[in-house]
Ligand binder design. Structure first.
Ligand code: GLC
Length: 536
């Protein structure tokens, strides 16, 4: 980037991930909708985020709650109308909020007219839009590839006698990007939404867009142990991270760049779960870029017992040092597919986790409700709505747990709905809700809001460089700095008081009970993080 050129918005922004079904219902059917998001834009603007990522709201049979799209260029009636979407985007923009859509590019719903046509006949004009193969000579699936949601990644279509590929549910057939018509169709989908003003896309399942041309079997994973996912019995060397997948992402990026202008960049975020060296390949190269950033799920994947100062420092620095020097980092604490951060870490460490998320270098993504430390809800096996959870785990575990309705207040529907919520409300919603936390000056909500506002006012935090600082055991500290400004984050991940040689003005403590000039050395209470403006 040119020195002196304005920093692009997406490097400064904090992204807020709205799972539309669970955010705000306005028509009493128990399911959140786009008018509901519109109604809560003031909340988001006041919280201090700058971008909203909306989970899929396109027409869909909802087998995977919208990640099975039956029509890419419309709104499912359960979520509203295109006119609602247009209102939402213009109102968001009026508040300085960018809108990012979920681009479910890897697969469609089996109800999508493309697939209906594709499966109708071996000679159909859309046959090659999906991945069809003859059975193995033994009559079984063409090869050993496995689906994320249990069982083979292939389903036989008895009518035409061939198998089709699906990395997820059989109701989510995989698109064939080796066919240029498919790429063109997806670019057309992107144009449709870009013309309506969207600011970017989060590409769902971005690492799976194209598979091995020779359909080779995947080798066994020597590290697989009972208890691990069935799918991970194999090493996914032929279904993930293929060079042709990168090519597709480059086409997506080229289109976005065409729609971008200074101050109005349209961005591409990739959903990629991978170790650092592979993850960073999704930036592409400086001449031929791909994602503005792939999500970095390292903090989502870090087991609770490894949330120690030493492990975190190693994790941050391994990631930082694997980035290309022009590659901008990303940090995520939770999403709609994983247990919530407050359930993984407990309340005290969730405060530190938010402090980390919002003070590290890179664009943070916040999952709705985490700003209240909402926990996973218990879903009884017969209440499970998540079909993959039912099929893969027989309902013993499901992603529903992390998708409970947002608790806005202590009214019977938690301010989320006047009807029956589609999933149980968080059981503590009468005390843990937005209204209650607004009234409590020490709440998680105040902490997150405070951090977001500090981040906005402090260029060192939003765009500055990172370097770690020496600390006693159990403490992780780093400095964020620009030419003009320095701030220091000091995080005590231990359950003991620790003192740190640091002097300056305390801008914030995660306990929210001390500000201003501190004594030297600074005493950190157990699980306390502080942000300091060091004395000159
Ligand atoms: C992504 C989504 C997940 C969905 C899957 C299939 O991983 O985050 O919710 O089930 O893709 O689209």
């Amino acid at each position: 980037m040119d020195a002196g050129a304005p920093v692009p918005w997406w490097r400064i922004a904090v992204v807020y991930h709205v799972y539309v079904r669970s955010f705000q219902d306005t028509d009493g059917d128990g399911v959140g909708d786009l008018p509901g998001v519109l109604q809560r834009l003031d909340y988001l603007a006041d919280l201090g985020v700058e971008a909203v990522w909306l989970s899929p709201f396109y027409p869909s049979p909802q087998r995977d709650f919208g990640y099975d799209v039956a029509e890419y260029r419309d709104v499912d009636p359960v979520f509203g109308t295109l006119a609602d979407f247009d209102r939402l985007i213009s109102q968001a923009h009026a508040r300085g909020l960018r809108v990012i859509l979920d681009l479910v590019a890897n697969h469609t719903s089996s109800d999508h007219p493309w697939f209906v046509e594709s499966r109708s006949h071996r000679m159909s004009a859309k046959r090659e839009w999906y991945v069809w193969r003859d059975p193995h000579p033994d009559g079984g699936p063409p090869n050993n590839w496995l689906s994320f949601f249990g069982g083979p990644a292939w389903t036989l279509d008895p009518h035409t006698g061939q198998y089709y590929l699906h990395h997820y549910l059989p109701e989510q057939p995989d698109l064939n990007y080796r066919n240029p018509e498919v790429l063109e169709a997806m670019l057309e989908v992107m144009r449709f939404w870009l013309e309506r003003g969207v600011d970017g896309f989060r590409v769902d399942s971005a690492s799976h867009l194209v598979e091995d041309a020779h359909f080779r079997d995947e080798p066994p994973n020597p590290a697989w142990r009972p208890g691990m996912r069935e799918r991970d019995r194999l090493l996914h060397v032929h279904t993930e991270h293929q060079p042709e997948t990168h090519e597709v992402l480059r086409h997506f990026r080229t289109l976005l760049d065409r729609y971008s202008e200074p101050g109005r960049e349209r961005i591409l975020i990739g959903e990629v779960y991978a170790p650092n060296p592979i993850l960073v390949s999704y930036y592409g190269t400086s001449e031929s870029p791909e994602c503005h950033f792939p999500f970095n799920f390292a903090l989502v994947d870090l087991p609770a017992e490894r949330w120690t100062a030493e492990d975190l420092k190693a994790l941050v620095e391994a990631y930082e040092s694997s980035l290309p020097d022009w590659g901008w980092p990303s940090w995520v604490l939770g999403n709609h597919d994983r247990p919530r951060v407050a359930s993984r870490l407990g309340e005290e460490r969730t405060r530190l986790a938010h402090f980390l998320l919002l003070t590290l270098r890179g664009t943070p993504t916040l999952y709705y409700g985490d700003e209240l430390a909402v926990r996973d809800v218990e879903i009884l096996p017969d209440q499970v709505r998540d079909l993959p959870g039912l099929r893969e785990y027989g309902g013993r575990w499901s992603r529903d747990a992390a998708r409970a309705p947002m608790p806005w207040d202590d009214s019977p529907g938690a301010g989320f709905t006047t009807g029956t919520p589609w999933l149980p409300l968080p059981p503590d919603f009468r005390v843990r809700n937005v209204v209650a936390q607004r009234q409590d000056p020490g709440s998680m909500l105040h902490l997150v809001r405070h951090l977001l506002h500090l981040r906005r006012q402090t260029p060192a935090l939003s765009v500055g460089a990172y370097r770690s600082l020496p600390t006693p055991p159990g403490v992780y500290a780093y400095e964020r700095f620009t030419d003009r400004e320095r701030v220091q984050a000091v995080l005590n991940f231990s359950d003991r008081t620790r003192s740190v040689e640091a002097a300056g003005e305390i801008l914030l403590s995660t306990h929210l009970d001390r500000f201003g000039r501190g004594r030297t050395p600074v005493e950190l209470r157990p699980y306390e993080g502080i942000l300091l403006r060091p004395s000159a």
